[in-house]
Design a protein around this ligand. Sequence first.
Ligand code: UD1
Ligand code: MG
Length: 452
Amino acid sequence: MSKPTSLALVLAAGQGTRMKSDQPKVLHEVAGQPMLVHVMESARESGLSDAALVMAPGMDAVKTIAQDIYPESRTFIQEKQLGTAHAVLAARQVLDGFSGNVIILYGDTPLIRPQTISFILGAIESGADLAVLGFEARNPTGYGRLITDASGALCAVREEKDASTEERGITLCNSGIFAFKGAILLGLLDKIGTDNANNEYYLTDAVELARQDGLKAAIVQCAEEEVMGVNSKVQLAAAEAELQERLRIQMMEDGVTLIAPETVFLSKDTKLGKDVVVEQNVVFGTGVTVEEGARIRAFSYLEGAHVGKGAIVGPYARLRPGADLGSEVRIGNFVEVKNARLEDGAKANHLAYVGDAHVGANANIGAGTITCNYDGFEKHRTEIGQGAFVGSNTALVAPVKIGDGVYIGSGSVISKDVPADALVVTRGPLEQRDGWAAKVRARRARDQGNKK
Ligand code: UD1
Ligand code: MG
């Protein structure tokens, strides 16, 4: 018989009242992704092939996100939030008869690492019937304490409100994350009552019950930062800061230079190649890939963009979704690119908008060039051929095609297609009146003298 798969059971039914938000708590984002995505992706990366989710009524958006990551995942509704054991029991259908291992994760604990999930499951695989993820708390107030016997074995988890003064002195705390042998889980849960200060069904009671049955409970420890729970906007910002720190370190370890790492903001899915240099104060929204050796200069904002090898972007550039830069492309200050491919070596160095466009290799887009892609009703495309030269302050009125090697004179408004290698320019004739300015100045000076 093949080994039964392990299951991640994610609890996400908490209302998150302290977030003071209309959104379900687990949909609040850190590093550009909902907290729930972080938890479920960690579960997937740790090798867990199956997941289930417990949520409160009316959280359909939560279900959609969970199924993006685990298409087969089942969701269960916990009608009333009567405690963590009650939440797990909401998924009874998936647990009944399940003989693999079950890891219980929290949708509002987004920093859990895949390695830690593997580690706690490893404790079960090496013989424990259940394992709890514990941590040494700097300030244990509010957490359940891990009660151990003289040999260091776990006997119970005591919630703060139910703990004696002596027990409150314990700093080894419960992260809330548990792993169980699936075969024993329901048996334990069905014995849990509500005889506690909160009148709730505590999942943590499973530890004492397991011990009474002669089962073995293990403690696995991790850093406090990893099990930081988010209950308020202040804690959301703390989790963001922690995750940014982690992502920056990972980038640098992978060969990216961050000149001032504390000023660079990354998304969970940001991909930066080897020898990429990121200058100060750069923001990476979701969906950005930067190839090897490119440089992102200070104060640039990128989202949904691809930057080719050796390209230079910024300072003060904005790459919006669909910006796709080939290698050695140059995008300079105050240039905005949206839904546009710039082939290798193309340049737009100053003050331009390139949207819904294709720009051929080595084309040069002058300062102040605008692709006029919107006619007030619809968006239209601009095609610029390779090696074309678009003079400064050109308006390209889309839809329009500029052939290869075309030369556009500065200040032109181009509203029809231009064949390859042509020169086009649209300008009023230049008028020159010799001595006019000097005469005007002299007259003004005379008039002002008369007034005095
Ligand atoms: C829980 C633990 C405590 C641990 C702490 C770590 C219990 C009884 N206590 O306490 O030992 O130190 O987490 O942060 O387990 N949830 C539901 N439905 C419910 C209740 C909770 O889905 O009915 C979910 C919440 O959304 C949350 C998680 O379970 O993600 C934990 O619930 P919470 O109420 O925060 O438990 P704590 O009192 O913090
Ligand atoms: Mg909590």
